[in-house]
Design a protein around this ligand. Structure first.
Ligand code: AMP
Ligand code: MG
Length: 425
């Protein structure tokens, strides 16, 4: 991976006292993300590719559909023969799915019909399919007839050969993350193995003297390292492979060693130690390493002290408060991981829903507040999860989205349409 060059003057600009607006910070990450790409590829069984990123385009190996395919059960006819209704046609054969109507053997001539089932090829001579619901079979001693009770137009109830895709056409782009629909496409063209990008290795480094491993018994002033796990889960969810490092104490030497270890991966995510406290050493240590900083704060809440920079590899310093960590990951780290995983850039799209109850807040920051989207079908409503601030993981676990409040609003009324960021994963 090579880093795009960025002049130190623009990075010092990014470091100005005022943090960037959310949009400025996000665009900056997107710009840097546009300059990275994975190098290594591997070939895996199709289903093992679920959630991973294609390193090859998937092409149609033949026309889709490969034959004119009936989309209804009924009769293949010539539309001109049923222009006047009711019309009686002679039934000269039947094609079910999997049959091949040999031209000349099973064709539709004037005044004739062929029984046809959904998924079967349209016989030669026919130009439409009448639904069985619009017909009545008539049994005469010598011939089999069908009465058609509704006229139809040429082309109805079948899909012409190649109408969905032509042989050789690109069906899925390189850079596409395989979901179940992508798996279906690869399967339909016979790709039982697919070429994928290797997942980026993303180092996760938690910092803080109070943080202990989750299988240790925390002392009275200690907390378990939940961030390392939530981040590892988010990394996996974004298409990366998490490498959880040992916890860094608030002590320069060890922190520096672990940061250097983390910079051996494709990306480094740090949590904690980026605020203004006396023992928030992450920026200082990265500064000693001559790292370049693109921003050291964004006008958002939670997550205001978020840091983005590079030192051979990109890194993000995410605030240690668990909710801040999760939110800033979604807003800033995710697009970089997706790019390192080979994915085409994904726009960050907010949905909208009606607010269930009023929100009062302060102006100045763009807020991403844990919220619960509920209701049924088209009647979705959203309300804030009751929370005790950015450390409240229990509130976040109850939430399923974030309400996005613009920096110039201090009050949002019940019933108002508000923007939402759905929680992924
Ligand atoms: P910091 O960003 O280091 O000032 O930490 C802010 C808050 O987040 C403090 O209450 C920390 O105890 C908490 N915190 C920091 N790191 C973690 C972690 N790895 N897991 C859970 N909570 C953390
Ligand atoms: Mg700390």
């Amino acid at each position: 991976m090579s880093l795009p060059t960025h002049s130190s003057s623009s990075s010092s600009l990014a470091r100005s006292a005022r943090g960037l607006s959310f949009e400025e910070a996000r665009r900056l990450v997107e710009q840097f993300a546009a300059g990275v790409s994975p190098k290594e590829v591997e070939t895996v069984d199709l289903l093992a590719g679920l959630g991973r990123v294609l390193a090859e385009g998937i092409l149609a190996d033949r026309d889709f559909p490969p034959f004119a395919r009936a989309t209804r059960d009924g009769y293949a006819v010539r539309a001109a023969d049923v222009a006047e209704i009711p019309a009686r046609l002679e039934v000269v054969g039947e094609v079910k799915a999997g049959d091949w109507p040999e031209p000349g053997v099973c064709s539709v001539g004037r005044g004739q019909a062929v029984g046809i089932m959904t998924g079967a090829p349209l016989p030669e001579g026919a130009d439409a399919v009448v639904m069985v619901e619009h017909t009545l079979p008539i049994r005469e001693p010598a011939v089999k007839l069908v009465e058609v009770r509704r006229s139809i137009s040429v082309g109805e109830n079948f899909v012409p050969r190649g109408a969905e895709a032509r042989a050789g056409q690109l069906l899925l782009d390189r850079g596409r993350r395989l979901d179940h629909a992508g798996i279906a496409i690869a399967a339909s063209v016979g790709k039982s193995r697919v070429q994928l990008f290797r997942k980026p290795r993303v180092a996760v480094l938690s910092t803080g003297d109070e943080v202990v491993e989750i299988d240790a018994m925390p002392g009275p002033a200690q907390i378990r390292n939940s961030n390392s796990y939530s981040l590892a889960a988010q990394v996996q969810n974004a298409g990366g492979e998490a490498v959880r490092l040992e916890i860094a104490p608030d002590e320069r030497g060890r922190l520096r060693t672990l940061i250097e270890e983390g910079l051996g991966c494709d990306l480094l995510l740090l949590t904690g130690g980026v605020s203004m406290g006396k023992y928030d050493l992450v920026e200082q240590v990265l500064g000693e390493l001559k790292a370049e900083f693109y921003f050291t704060g964004a006008e958002i809440q939670p997550g205001r002290p978020v840091v983005f920079g590079s030192h051979k590899k990109y890194f993000f310093g995410l605030p240690g408060n668990p909710v801040s960590t999760m939110v800033t990951f979604e807003l800033f780290a995710r697009p970089m991981i997706e790019a390192l995983a080979g994915m085409a850039p994904q726009p960050l799209i907010f949905l909208r829903a009606r607010l269930k109850s009023e929100i009062r807040t302060k102006t100045g920051l763009k807020r991403f507040l844990p919220a619960v989207l509920s209701g049924e079908f088209e009647d979705a409503e959203v309300e804030l999860a009751r929370w005790q601030g950015s450390g409240d993981i229990a509130a976040l676990a109850r939430a399923n989205c974030y309400v996005v409040i613009p920096p110039d609003r201090e009050r949002m009324e019940a019933g108002e349409w508000v923007s939402l960021l759905m929680r992924s994963g």
